[in-house]
Design a protein around this ligand. Structure first.
Ligand code: ZEM
Length: 293
C-alpha cells in the first residue's frame, strides 16, 4: 500500500547482516601501529565498559541505553579521561551508519574488540536509543583505582553484580595500559596487551608485586618493572572472597572465558528496557576470521 511504501522509504530496519557489516568495519579500524600497543581494541573495550558501568539498579538510571558520555557533563568525569580517543575513532563508523544509536555502536565496539583480540564470543543485540543531556549520570559511579575491596563491592553491587562477576570482569585488564595523561597511572598489566588472555590472573597470583617508588599515584610493579597493578587490582588478592575467584580464573582459562562472556554481555545491557531490544535473545556476531574461509 501507499502508506507502507512511505514507511519503507522513511524508516530503515537494519537486520543482523547490517550489524555484521558494522562489526566488520569496526574490526577494520582496530589495528594501527602508530597508536599505543598497535590497537584501538583496549580503549574501545574501556569505552563500552564506562558507557555501561554507570548503571544504578536502585533507580534504574545510567547504563548503556542513552550514551550520555556524548555530553560534556559526563565526558568530563575524571574516570572518562582519554575516552575521547575512542569516541572520535568510532565516529568514523557512525558517519557511515547514521541509523545506528551511539549506545549500540559503543557496545558493539567493545564486543568486536574483545572478539578480534582472540577473546570469547560476547552475546550482543541492538536496541539502545540516544538520550539527552538531562539523562547524564552524576560523577562517582565508576570505580576508583586507588581504592580497595569495600569500594569495589559498593560500585559493582549497585550495578547488580556479585563478587564472582567483579573478579571475572576485572580480567579485562589483560588488555591495554594506563596512561600518565589520562588516569595518572602508568604501564600495562600484561606482556600481551592486545590479546585477550587470563594472564591478568596468573600474574596477580604468581608475581611478586611491590609498591613502585615514583612521583605518580600509588601503584604496584613486578620484578621486571615493566608490568603494573592498580591498588584496586591488588585488592582482588588481598580479599579472601575475591582471591578464590582469581585462583579459579588463573587455573582455568575456559572458565574465565565463559564467565567473562556472560558478565560482559550483561554489563553491556544494563539500563536498557527489555522492550527496546529488537531480538528476544542476544546474537553472536562472527569474527573476521570466521568469515574469511
Ligand atoms: Zn579498567 N582501568 N578499571 N576495566 N580498563 C583502566 C584501563 C582499562 C579500573 C580503572 O580505574 C582503570 C574494568 C574495571 C576497572 C579496561 C577495562 C575494564 C585504567 C587506565 C584505569 C585507571 C586508564 C588510562 O590511563 O588510560 C578500575 C578501578 C576497575 C574496577 C574493577 C572493567 C570491568 C573493564 C572491562 C570489562 C581496559 C580495556 C583498559 C585499558 C584501556 C586502554 O586505553 O588501554
Amino acid at each position: 500500500s501507499a502508506s507502507q511504501a512511505v514507511k519503507a522509504a522513511t524508516k530503515f530496519t537494519p537486520t543482523k547482516d547490517d550489524y555484521q557489516k558494522v562489526y566488520n568495519d569496526i574490526a577494520e579500524l582496530l589495528d594501527d601501529n602508530d597508536y599505543d600497543d598497535g590497537s584501538y581494541g583496549p580503549v574501545l573495550v574501556r569505552l563500552a565498559w564506562h558507557s555501561s558501568g554507570t548503571y544504578d539498579k536502585n533507580d534504574n538510571t545510567g547504563g548503556s541505553n542513552y550514551a550520555t558520555m556524548r555530553f560534556p557533563s559526563e565526558a568530563g568525569h575524571g574516570a572518562n579521561a582519554g575516552l575521547e580517543v575512542a569516541r572520535t575513532k568510532i565516529e568514523e563508523i557512525k558517519q557511515k551508519y547514521p541509523w545506528m544509536s551511539y549506545g549500540d555502536l559503543w557496545t558493539l565496539g567493545g564486543v568486536c574488540a574483545v572478539q578480534e583480540m582472540q577473546g570469547p564470543k560476547i552475546p550482543w543485540r541492538p536496541g539502545r536509543i540516544d538520550g539527552f543531556a538531562k539523562d547524564a549520570t552524576p560523577d562517582g559511579r565508576l570505580p576508583d583505582a586507588s581504592k580497595a575491596a569495600d569500594h569495589l563491592r559498593n560500585i559493582f553491587y549497585r550495578m547488580g553484580f556479585d563478587d564472582q562477576a567483579i573478579v571475572a570482569l576485572s580480567g579485562a585488564h589483560a588488555l591495554g595500559r594506563c596512561h600518565r595523561n589520562r588516569s595518572g597511572f602508568d604501564g600495562p598489566w600484561t606482556f600481551s596487551p592486545t590479546t585477550f588472555t587470563n594472564d591478568y590472573f596468573t600474574l596477580l597470583m604468581n608475581e611478586r608485586w611491590t609498591w613502585r617508588k615514583w612521583d605518580g599515584p600509588k601503584q604496584l610493579q613486578d620484578k621486571t618493572k615493566t608490568l603494573m597493578m592498580l591498588p584496586s587490582d591488588f585488592a582482588l588478592v588481598q580479599d579472601r572472597e575475591f582471591k578464590k575467584w582469581v585462583k579459579v580464573y588463573a587455573g582455568d582459562n575456559d572458565k574465565f572465558f565463559s564467565d567473562f562472556s556472560k558478565y560482559f554481555s550483561e554489563l553491556l545491557e544494563l539500563g536498557v528496557p527489555r522492550a527496546q531490544f529488537v531480538a528476544s535473545e542476544p546474537w553472536i556476531m562472527k569474527t573476521i576470521d570466521e568469515q574469511s574461509s
